[in-house]
Write a protein that binds this ligand. Structure first.
Ligand code: SF4
Length: 223
């Protein structure tokens, strides 16, 4: 995608949603780390449902360790892979207490060493909790980057590095939220809704999905 088109692409997403926010509920950086760690292969809605009561009770790593693995499992058993996730969350809470004074470090490399925290999680935490211009490439961003031509790559890391290079100020801080939301609600995996996409003319994906009425009309003519 050309530089001018990239600016226009982000400008439209920004105008449509000037203050994008994560859809994961969390009251502080620690709760955010936990919520993102729980969200792997689960929906934000599902995670929020499970953490609503948990986060009233648990706001710090010490409180999480006091709750314990079994206690945590009771809260998160509706979330996929909850056994492994409970183990990781307790282990990362213990590490935060032992090595970071019970605080979440504002350092991507340090975050990545925590149990159950990969580069994507670390990027989300750096961006949302600490205002860093990081690009957390999840399945939605990976798809949108590749389809549109904004940032093509075979791996999430390749897409992340391209986004980092291609995304200009002043869009860098919120870029990953705009792209996630665009992928989640418009540029959907199975059937991108190109007919109502505000960046359709800038996007390289072909053929564009026609509106449902046009699609059924064509089907009727073909029949
Ligand atoms: S035009 Fe279609 S493929 Fe391109 S970004 Fe929009 S929804 Fe996605």
């Amino acid at each position: 995608m050309k530089k001018a088109d990239i600016v226009e692409f982000y400008a439209r997403l920004a105008a449509d949603n000037p203050h994008p926010e994560t859809e994961l509920a969390a009251g502080n950086p620690f709760q955010l780390v936990v919520a993102v760690a729980l969200s792997a292969q689960a929906t934000d809605v599902g995670v929020n449902k499970a953490t609503r009561v948990l986060f009233e009770e648990v706001k710090t790593p010490a409180q999480m360790v006091a709750l314990g693995e079994e206690g945590l499992k009771q809260h998160i058993r509706t979330i996929g892979l909850f056994n492994t996730k409970a183990k990781n969350v307790i282990a990362l809470s213990e590490r935060l207490i032992a090595e970071y004074g019970g605080e979440v470090p504002a350092d991507r490399n340090a975050l990545e060493t925590l149990p159950g925290v990969g580069r994507k999680t670390a990027n989300v935490v750096m961006n949302v909790a600490f205002g860093a211009e990081t690009f957390a490439v999840d399945t939605h961003i990976f798809r949108v980057g590749n389809r549109t031509g904004l940032a093509r790559g075979k791996t999430p890391l390749a897409v992340e590095l391209k986004l980092d290079k291609a995304t200009p100020a002043p869009f860098r801080l919120h870029a990953h939220h705009w792209l996630i939301l665009h992928g989640r609600y418009v540029c959907k995996a199975r059937r991108p809704e190109c007919w109502r996409c505000i960046v359709a003319d800038l996007c390289a994906y072909k053929p564009k999905t026609p509106p449902p009425a046009a699609a059924s009309g064509k089907a009727a003519v073909a029949a």
